[in-house]
Design a protein around this ligand. Sequence first.
Ligand code: AMP
Length: 360
Amino acid sequence: MTVGILGGGQLGRMLGEAGHAIGVDCVFYDPSPDACAQAFGELIVGKYSDEKQLRIFAEKVELITYEFENVPTDTVEFLLKFRPVSPPLHALATAQDRVLEKEFFRSLGVATAPFRAVENVDQLNDALKEIGTPSVLKTRRMGYDGKGQVVIKKESDAAAAWEAIGENPAILEGFVPFDRELSIIAVRGKDGTSACYPLVENEHRDGILRVSQAPAKNSAKLQGVAENFATLALDALNYVGVLAIELFEVSGKLLVNEMAPRVHNSGHWTIEGAKTSQFENHLRAVTGMPLGSTEVVGESVMVNIIGKLPDEHALSEIPGVHVHLYGKTERAGRKLGHVTLTKTASDRALPALLEKITKS
Ligand code: AMP
């Protein structure tokens, strides 16, 4: 079976790698001729608006999925004329707009930070009066890895914050004084069955994920709550594929921050740390195969390699280490690879060491 993947970054690359093992060939579509996924399948280069190239891509594959959530919905609508696309278009459209996304979770009875849609600086001032400070102003669309957002500490910072995010349609969110950040990776098959991986604890720096610990410590009570959130969302969206949900834990309660309708950085540990990786399960779901077991095979810690390539030799000396490099060149803030530690995960000194080695 041949699956088309919109986006040819590292997530596509790891989907392609997982596909090899289960007889699924991947063809990637990306505007960049350097897209790193091409190591694991044919790459069609074209803009997301290039109907000629998109059609060539569609004709090479039996069905289409995507590996990043900013794929233009127009592109998906065009491709749907030729091939099935999953996860479904409405899941993509909801995830692309932080206001729709939060309204969606609220409609399911799932808690989020308080929020207001903001179209101009006057509305921002009104929203600040309602929500108070500190709060976070984010662009409604196209935000990722902490880009397009600014913390507002006092009301008089409103105009500067509005300018800082580029005067785009925005959302003002109450600042959540979270105890920790968690995520849950869930998957739903074509037959409607779903499964979840255990909760993962995530550490971000400058808005970018640095370290994930799986399973999250002391999360037994929260697991059921998070699985319920995920299942509600999956079923409401009639979803097919992997869905990641990012959460804040505050005084033992969970709030949803956002969802990603795709495989997710906080699920990379599943390659070594679970019976079936998120990548394989995404391909199983979209191709209509039964889902694989999401059971873990031990504890894992995943550390992202950001900006600067590590000394591979030094890393390979650490027992239980699995290094994944994405074939990208160094650039500040760029995700170049990740390292997963298995079994030794309870040793907190080791991730700290790794982080040092891989520090950008
Ligand atoms: P996001 O782009 O929404 O994933 O935000 C990136 C990071 O900013 C999150 O992982 C949090 O660390 C932080 N953050 C985002 N929204 C809030 C919020 N409402 N309150 C506190 N921290 C936040």
